[in-house]
Every structure is written in C-alpha cells, then in structure tokens.
Design a protein around this ligand. Structure first.
Ligand SMILES: Nc1ncnc2c1ncn2[C@@H]1O[C@H](COP(=O)(O)OP(=O)(O)OP(=O)(O)O)[C@@H](O)[C@H]1O
Ligand SMILES: [Mg+2]
Length: 251
C-alpha cells in the first residue's frame, strides 16, 4: 500500500470533523473521495499532508509512519496536495509559482525539464510563463496549481476539488490532465470532487464520506448500483452517458 490511513481523527475544538476514517491506496490507483459540503473531505486531505493537527489515528505513507512528520517532510517524501482554491501567489510570475512547487528540491536540470513538461501539458501556462499569476483565468490557475504540485515530484497527488468554479470545458481539460498523470506518469491520485459523476469515471474506487465518517467504499459500479447511495450522495438522474455505459457493462 502506498497510503494506509487508520482511524484518523481531526477536531476543531468541539467540531469533530474527521471521525476514525480509515482508507488505503495502492500505488497507481485513482481513488475519489465524495461527500456533501462539510463532510470532512478537505480536513482529511489537510491532515494527510500534515497542515492540520491529527488528533488520533495513524498515517503510513510508502511504508513509513508519517503521522507526526511535518508537512515539508511529507512533501519531500512525495505526498503532495493541490489545495482547494488554487492559491497562486499573484505577485509572482507563472514560472516562479511553478518553481515554488520544487522549493525543497535542488534546482537541477531535471527540475527545469519538468517545468518544460508542465508547459507541454498546459500550453496556456507556457504562453504566460513571464506574466504575473494574477492575469490567469480560473482554469489556468488550476492548471498552475496542478503544475506546481507536479514540480514537487509526487508519488501521491491529492487534489481538493480541482474542477470547482470552472466552466464545463475547462473542468474537462483538468479531468483529462488528471487521467493522464495517472496513466503516463504513474502518479497515484486521491481526488476530492463535487462533480461526482466525472470523478467516478476516472476513479477505480471511491470512498463516500458523511459527517466525518466513511459510509461506503467500492468501485464506481458497486456504488452506482446501490439505490440508497445513488439517491443520498451521487445525485441520481444526472448520470452521464459514459457512466450509464459503464453501469450497463457492470450489470
Ligand atoms: N479551521 C476550522 N475551524 C473550525 N471548524 C472547521 C475548520 N475547518 C473546517 N471546519 C469544520 O469541519 C467540518 C468539515 O469541514 P471540511 O472543510 O473538511 O469539509 P469538506 O468536506 O471539505 O466540505 P466542502 O465540500 O464544503 O469543501 C465542517 O463542519 C467545517 O465547518
Ligand atoms: Mg472542502
């Protein structure tokens, strides 16, 4: 297992945001975390990165117990978060923002090559490499956030709602890019998404969380064939044609 989480707890004073969550990811998997607003998804990712205090439980990454490690050390180990809300530094250029992702690596030619790879993947960023990040559109900012994550050389990339606020076309570009990272760069993906159907199209498995607890886990087909699950969490009736096709194959 690349990531093994046991009974993770996160609390904010009296708010118990993550309640004994357990999950695991094998190397190469794409796994989605689905759930309503306030379910504890971002708290989970932030705790896994080490920027939220872990009140209980254990996090193993790549065979090491990282539960008490600071975030910087986890990032160095390849555990990387593309946070909610993109967080570009507006005063810096696109390229400077990208290089921030590599802050704990030496600026070798390998890093420069990776910057070029990001530009190949996201041509919009290449065209604006010397511009300040403030000029970027929402979708371009998300591409920058993903590019910055890539520069940290992730084994596991956690993405918190990468399609939030994007037009359907730009969301699609982001989803395609995530699929490619998994297939071509063999990066393991933990994806938090409100766009349930699109997430279930690229994920091999998904965890459904409610009020800080994991309430279901399984393949997209299993989850979508559970009537209660569909109605309660997965927005029945909005299944895309691709999802319907997968369901037909499964049944
Ligand atoms: N810094 C904080 N201080 C106090 N409470 C917090 C804090 N951050 C989150 N919470 C609370 O913890 C719970 C889980 O929040 P979290 O942001 O993890 O949910 P989420 O599943 O990511 O929601 P969304 O889909 O809206 O992003 C919520 O009740 C939220 O109000
Ligand atoms: Mg969130």
């Amino acid at each position: 297992m690349l990531l093994n989480v046991r009974d993770l707890d996160v609390r904010y004073g009296r708010v118990h945001a993550v309640k004994a969550m357990s999950l695991n990811l094998a190397a190469g998997e794409v796994v989605a975390v689905l759930g309503a607003n306030g379910a504890g998804k971002s708290s989970l990712l932030r705790a896994l990165l080490g920027i939220e205090r872990i009140a209980g439980g254990r996090v193993e990454f790549d065979g090491k117990d990282v539960t008490s490690w600071p975030a910087s050390r986890r990032v160095k180990e390849g555990l990387v978060l593309v946070p909610e809300g993109r967080r570009a530094i507006n005063a810096l250029t696109v390229e400077e923002n990208l290089l921030m992702g590599a802050y704990n690596r030496r600026l070798t030619s390998a890093v420069k090559k990776e910057v070029d790879e990001v530009y190949d993947r996201f041509p919009n960023l290449a065209a604006r490499r010397k511009s300040r990040a403030v000029v970027l559109s929402g979708g371009e900012q998300q591409m920058l956030a993903i590019g910055r994550g890539l520069l940290a050389a992730p084994k596991l990339m956690m993405l918190d709602e990468p399609s939030l606020g994007l037009s359907p076309r730009l969301s699609e570009e982001v989803f395609v890019a995530i699929g490619e990272l998994s297939r071509e760069k063999n990066i393991t993906i933990l994806l938090v998404e409100q766009n349930t159907h699109r997430a279930l199209e690229i994920a091999g498995r998904a965890y459904v969380v409610e009020l800080g607890r994991v309430v279901a886990v399984g393949s997209p087909e299993t989850l979508m064939s559970d009537g209660t699950m569909l109605e309660a969490y997965l927005g029945q009736g909005k299944a895309t044609s691709a999802m319907s096709k997968r369901l037909k194959v499964a049944s």
